[in-house]
Design a protein. Sequence first.
Length: 392
Amino acid sequence: MTPGDPISSERTLTHRAKAIIIRPKEEWPVVEAEPRTTKELFTGYAMILAAIGPVCQLIGGQLFGFGALGVTYRPSLVGALIQAIISYGLSLVGIFILALIVNALAPTFNSVANKANAFKLVIYSSTAAWLAGIFFLIPSLGFLAIVSLYSFFLLYTGLPVLMKTPEQKVMPYLISTIVASIVLFLLVGAVIGAITASFVNLGSGYEDKIEGEMTVPGMGKVDLGKLSAASAQMEVAAKKMENATKSGESTAIPAATLQALLPANIGRFARTEVESSSMAAGAHASARYEAGDDNLRVEVTDMAIAGAFAGLGAALNVQSNKETATGYERTQTVDGRIVSEQWDKESREGKYMTTLANRFMIEASGKVAKVDELKAAVNAIGPDKLAALAKN
C-alpha cells in the first residue's frame, strides 16, 4: 500500500479493522504515520463500517421482529428503512463532532491538538462498536453488542500515540471523551426517534408536526412537540457549525465579554482571581471569590452552536433526586432550562448550575453558609444580559 492512497480496497479495510482490534498498540503508530485526509477516512472506512449496525438491524427486524415477554413486534418496512438511514447518517455526524471535541480537549490534558489525528483516533477506535453491529442481525442476540465497549480500550491505547497524551493524563482525557460520546449517543438516539416519527407520520398522510406526550419508563413524560422543536434547532445549529468550520470564524461570544460579567464582589465575597479562554466552538470565564474561610467559584460557559443540544433537556423532562443524611442532589427542568443543585449541610459545600437560552451554562460552587449564596452568585452574573447576548 502506498502512503497517501485512499483506503478503498476491501483487503485494506479488512486488514486495518483486524489489526486495530487484535493489536492496537502496534497499529496506532502505523495509523499516525499515514497521511490520510478526513474525506478518505470517512469514505474509505467510516461510511462502510458504520452501515453494519443500521443494515443488520433493518434486516433482523424484518426477518425476526423484536420480542419481549412473549410479544413480538415487526416494524413497517418504510419506518424501519427511514430509521436505518437516519441512524446511519447521524452516527457519522456524531463521529465528526466527537473528533472535534477530542481535538478541542487536547490542551486541557497536556496533549497536542491535531485535527487529523483526532479524526483517525475517533474513527479507528469506533471499529469495535461498528463491528458489534453484526449482532443486530438476530435481535435476540443484540445484547452481545456490549462488546462495542472495547472501543473505549482502543481510545485508551490510541491517546498517547495520536494526541501525545502524557501517561498521567490518559485516564482523565479518556473519561472526558467517554462522557462526550455518551451524551452524543443519547442525543442521536433522541433525534432519530423524533425525526423517524416525523417521517412516518408524513408518509401516513398526517401532518409532520409532532405534538403530545409519550411516557418513557425511568424518564417520565416526554414532550414530543418540544423534542421536534429541539431537533429543528439542532439542524440549524449543524448548518451554522458547517458554515463556521468552512469560514474559520468563531461562533462564540468573546471570552473577554464573558469575563466582564463576573463582578468584583458578590454579597460578602470578594473576587480574588479571574480567568477566561475561548475557541471557535465556545468560550469560558471563571472567577474565585473569598470571604474568610468560605469561598466559591463562578463559571460562565458559552456553548455557542453546541448549545442547541441543551434544548433537548426540556423535551426529555430531565428530573433526578437523591437525598442523603446530610444533603441532596437534584436535577430538574425549569422553564426549558436544566437546573442542577447539590448541597451538603455538614461540610457546607455545594454547587448550583443552570443553562440559559439554550446556549449558556452558569455554575457556582464552593464552601458557603447556605446554598442560597450559590444561587445568588449565579443570579449576579445577570441572566438577562446573557440572554440579550444570545440574540445578537
